[in-house]
Design a binder for this molecule. Sequence first.
Ligand code: COA
Length: 257
Amino acid sequence: MYNTLLTSLENGIFIVTINRPDKLNALNKDVMSELNNVLNEIETNQEIKAIIITGAGEKAFIAGADIKEFVGLSNEEGKALAKTGQDIFLRIENCTKPIVAAVNGFALGGGCELAMACHFRIASDNAKFGQPEVNLGLIPGYGGTQRLVQLIGKGRALELLMTGNMIDASIALDYGLVNHVVPQDDLLAKAKMILEQIISKAPLAVGKCITAANAVFSNENGYEIELKSFGECFSTNDMKEGTSAFIEKRKPLFKGN
Ligand code: COA
């Protein structure tokens, strides 16, 4: 179905693996277009409850946008390329199903940006993060200047952006860029374990957590979004089920409606 992605669906957890290991899973046009297509599948397939994005091989999550495709672009073409990337990564960020990045190696440039667009990140102990675009006379263009500041604060972000230096998994953990660091062999199991917990909760409520948290960084009034979303929960069957189950001292069975 896809040429540059591997996908698998098991017990509601959909694993998307960027599959160009000989190019360290660099994001070329084909990968970006297929990422956009896989988001259509994620949004419409009711069997998909949660998503893990990872990279093929043991070396890289994604070593960046494909640098070869940058050669010879004009100002306008460069801007258009970044706009496409920003739009796709915004779709990831705003998806109401949980998306976790399982970072299994280098997460550089567009790879770090993709990981940051996910709802949270888990890293293997060999992972390395960085925005090395200044080495190429560039800056991040897929939202990296914004999300890095949001996630680790302006001072740390600007040091990484301006030096182009990489940080290892333990520093990424210390900075709050990743939630957990585990041995590479345990990476997918850790991501699955957390997502299994999440998908046992009320899906509409989970989606509303994402939307409300994202509003912190948007032009919208996050408190208003929270009020609206909180109110909407009261008209869901899952809220009735959750509260009844608590009172009846049983486990809730959420249906996502
Ligand atoms: N775009 C295109 N190709 C890339 C790439 C990228 N961002 N990152 C790696 N590759 C390719 C290399 O060109 C090489 O291909 P080749 O075998 O056809 O020459 C292959 O992936 C393996 O990479 P290589 O550089 O040989 O591996 P390494 O272990 O020596 O170095 C990195 C690993 C990650 C340090 C190095 O590949 C690198 O610096 N990549 C670019 C990172 C970057 O600047 N990303 C931001 C882009 S905006």
